[in-house]
Design a protein around this ligand. Structure first.
Ligand code: HEM
Length: 207
C-alpha cells in the first residue's frame, strides 16, 4: 500500500493536514513548555530579577529543589522532542513547503487582511504569512530559551555561550524575556485556535 504523506488523501476521507509525527511532537512540546514555564517561575521566585514574584499557586515544584528537578526533566524532553521535530521537518521538506519563506511584505498584507476580518481560512493545509512568521519566530525563541538556559545552567562549561549572552546575569534576563515571548505567543496562539476551532481538530486527528 502506498505511503500517505501530508496533504494526500485516503479514498473517501478528508485530506491529511498534519502527519502523526507532527501532532505528537507538537503536543509533547506544548506539555514540556508548560512544565518548564511553571517550574521556571518557581525557580525565579527563589531569586527574582525584578520587583515581583509569581503567585505560588501557578508555579510547579513546591520548593526550589523540586522546581529544579521538574525544570531539568522537562528541558531534556523539550530538547529531544524539538530536535526530532527539526530533523523530520528538514528530512521531509516540510519546512520549505509549509513554513518558508517568510516574506515581510506578505506578513504585513496578511496582518492587515486579518485585522479587517478578511483573511481566508479556506485551506487548512496552508499557513498564511502571519502564521508562518509566528511559527518560525516561536521556533527561534525556543532555540534562544534553550541556549540562554544552557548558559545559566553551566556558565563555566558553556563559557563562550555565556559570554555571547553578555555574561551570567544578562543571560538570566535573556532567558526571562524569551520565556515571556513564548507565553505571549501561547496566549495569542490559543485565542487564534479558539477563533478557528477546526484547526484544533486537525492538530488532534490529523485531518
Ligand atoms: C505550549 C506551547 C505551544 C507552542 C510552542 C506551539 C507551537 C506551534 C507551532 C510551531 C505550530 C506549527 C507547527 C507546524 O506546522 O510545524 C503550531 C500549530 C498549531 N498549534 Fe500550537 N503550540 C503550542 C501550544 C498549543 C496549544 C495549547 C494548542 C491548543 C489550544 C495549540 C494548537 C495548535 C493548532 C490547532 C495548530 C495548527 C494551526 C493551524 O493549522 O492553523 N498549540 N503550534
Amino acid at each position: 500500500m502506498a505511503a500517505v504523506s501530508a496533504g494526500s488523501t485516503h479514498r473517501g476521507r478528508t485530506p491529511l493536514v498534519h502527519p502523526l509525527w507532527l501532532r505528537l511532537t507538537h503536543w509533547i512540546n506544548a506539555l514540556a513548555l508548560l512544565l518548564l514555564v511553571t517550574s521556571g517561575w518557581r525557580i525565579y521566585n527563589a531569586s527574582p530579577i525584578f520587583e515581583f514574584k509569581f503567585p505560588k499557586t501557578i508555579t510547579l515544584g513546591g520548593w526550589l529543589g523540586g522546581a529544579l528537578q521538574w525544570h531539568f526533566a522537562a528541558m531534556w524532553l523539550l530538547v529531544a522532542n524539538g530536535l526530532l521535530y527539526l530533523v523530520l521537518n528538514l528530512a521531509t521538506g516540510r519546512f520549505r513547503n509549509k513554513l518558508l519563506p517568510v516574506r515581510p511584505g506578505e506578513v504585513i498584507a496578511d496582518l492587515q487582511a486579518a485585522l479587517r476580518g478578511a483573511l481566508s481560512h479556506a485551506d487548512p493545509a496552508r499557513y498564511n504569512a502571519v502564521q508562518k512568521a509566528a511559527y518560525v519566530g516561536v521556533i527561534a525563541l525556543l532555540a534562544l530559551v534553550v541556549l540562554s538556559g544552557l548558559a545559566i545552567w553551566k556558565p563555566v562549561q558553556f563559557a563562550v555561550l555565556a559570554a555571547l549572552m553578555g555574561g551570567f546575569d544578562t543571560a538570566r534576563v535573556v532567558h526571562f524575556f524569551a520565556m515571556s515571548g513564548l507565553v505571549l505567543f501561547l496566549v495569542v496562539h490559543v485565542v487564534m485556535v479558539a477563533l478557528v476551532p477546526r484547526t484544533l481538530v486537525a492538530m488532534l486527528r490529523g485531518r
